[in-house]
Design a protein around this ligand. Structure first.
Ligand code: SF4
Length: 171
């Protein structure tokens, strides 16, 4: 099985906004990293200081942390720490991508999304249905990135005000 070629961030951005995915992938970066992203990182750092931190795989996937002890069925548990649930569909698909990526490398895992500020967490498994949904997403990401045209901006600003490309898209 060949390894998927995207990063978790690209899968996340696809779920939020195709334009954001395209701009990010084409190295169009804003001058400063958006402060929302910074706060999100800080939440992860402050909350799970003592756990094993950030495991990078092939420059594509960066896991926030993995539990040292295996589950009873021999699977691993990987964690992703998030600040809020406003883009939870994106969080879920990003986590499914991580599970899929690990599966492609022969590692079976379950995922846990942690929302420390909300004191909530959600477990995810790579079921056959989740796998086929994810494959459709990966195909569509390919289609978007093969195009030389930047996708249109979102029709509402719901996700835009927290986006690093806000000024580029709306001024
Ligand atoms: S500002 Fe809005 S439309 Fe523009 S890239 Fe960000 S999310 Fe997409």
């Amino acid at each position: 099985m060949s390894l998927p070629e995207f990063t978790g961030t690209q899968v996340n951005y696809y779920m939020v906004c195709h334009r954001k995915l395209w701009l990010f992938t084409h190295d169009i970066t804003m001058e400063r990293e958006h402060e929302i992203v910074q706060i999100g990182k800080l939440v992860g750092q402050e909350t799970y200081k003592r756990e094993q931190k950030e495991i990078a795989l092939d420059d594509r996937v960066v896991l926030d942390w993995m539990e040292l002890q295996d589950n009873s069925d021999g699977t691993k548990t990987i964690h992703e720490v998030k600040k809020g649930r406003s883009v939870e569909a994106a969080h879920r698909m990003q986590m499914l991508y991580y599970l899929y990526y690990l599966h492609s490398k022969g590692i079976e895992a379950v995922g846990q999304l942690d929302y420390p500020l909300l004191k909530k967490s959600e477990r995810l498994q790579l079921t056959p249905q989740a796998t086929s949904e994810l494959r459709m997403v990966l195909k569509d990401i390919e289609r978007i990135l093969e195009s030389s045209e930047v996708p249109p901006r979102l029709t509402t600003k719901r996700f835009c005000e927290k986006c690093a490309y806000f000024e580029l898209c709306w001024s």
